[in-house]
Design a protein around this ligand. Structure first.
Ligand code: ZN
Length: 286
């Protein structure tokens, strides 16, 4: 049975026609999050329309932010324009299809658990590294939400006397060091993660060190998570995880030297986990 899965991020919207782990059709467009509510809604609509087929069973939406059970956006630092907007109600009416909405990192966690690196496991922590760090927890085969927002690993402290966080009121947040901006700070010049990765691949020492330093910090953050949750596996996801080879060694070395419990860490396997996971949200009982 086909489903539409859509992953709404702060920069890009990705939509796909999904059947199990297969993505049959895919589109990626800009979110244009700073151009106001109507524009963002229009972009989401356009993305859905371009992959929608008549016989799909529904639309699963993974959203970059906190969404309540009714499908209303409560908090979204990167897509402020949609705060208080009821995604579920709007698109159910628009397309006359069942719509389920959830957090995008939890959707990716579902996908990796079902079809990816977490396939053999029931206790999983997935962290996604990009603009910041997001986290999804699966406990005994089910997504664990706590009061609603469990998994915000990015705002755990890895440096008590560290830099003032730009993400929250804390100092030395995990994501302040392990993210696009953390990498840029390590590098010392305004470059994005892909540019730094390209330079590292060409042998630039400063670029290689920027990733290695990030790997050390990532190792520390993963130890914190693993000591608390003792998961079967920690899965590293997100755009920056694509440069796995540039930081894996330092990350593993740090975990080995400083870790308390045995920790299994792997890179996410699915390229379109966000879309596949969004489609999986439809498995929830209506
Ligand atoms: Zn923070």
């Amino acid at each position: 049975m086909k489903t539409v899965g859509i992953d709404i991020g702060g920069t890009k919207i990705k939509a796909g026609l999904v059947e199990g782990a297969k993505v049959l059709k895919i589109i990626e467009i800009e979110t244009e999050a700073n151009k106001g509510k109507q524009k963002v809604i229009k972009n989401i609509t356009k993305a859905i329309e371009s992959v929608l087929e008549k016989d799909v069973r529904g639309i699963g939406v993974g959203f970059a932010g906190v969404v309540d059970n009714k499908g209303v956006v409560l908090i979204s630092p990167h897509i402020k324009a949609l705060e208080r907007f009821n995604i579920k109600k709007h698109f159910r009416k628009k397309f006359s299809k069942r719509v389920e909405v959830g957090n995008e990192v939890r959707a990716a966690t579902l996908a990796e658990a079902r079809y990816g690196a977490g396939r053999k496991y029931k206790n999983i922590m997935l962290i996604t590294i990009g603009t910041g760090i997001g986290g999804g927890i699966m406990a005994n085969g089910r997504i664990y939400k706590g009061k609603g927002n469990a998994g915000e690993a990015g705002h755990t402290t890895i440096n008590f006397d560290g830099i003032k966080s730009s993400c929250c009121k804390n100092y030395g947040c995990f994501e302040e060091y392990v993210s696009a901006r953390g990498l840029q700070r390590n590098f010392g010049e305004k470059k994005n993660p892909e540019e730094i990765a390209e330079m590292a691949a060409r042998g630039n020492v400063k670029a290689r060190k920027a990733y290695q330093e990030m790997g050390r910090n990532l190792g520390v953050g993963i130890i914190n998570i693993a000591n608390m949750l003792n998961p079967d596996i920690v899965i590293v996801n997100g755009g920056i995880a694509r440069s796995w080879k540039l930081f894996e060694k330092e990350m593993r070395k740090t975990i080995k030297e400083r870790g308390f419990l045995g920790i299994k860490v792997a890179k996410a396997r699915l390229t379109d986990g966000g879309i596949i996971g969004a489609a999986l949200l439809l498995e929830r009982k209506p």
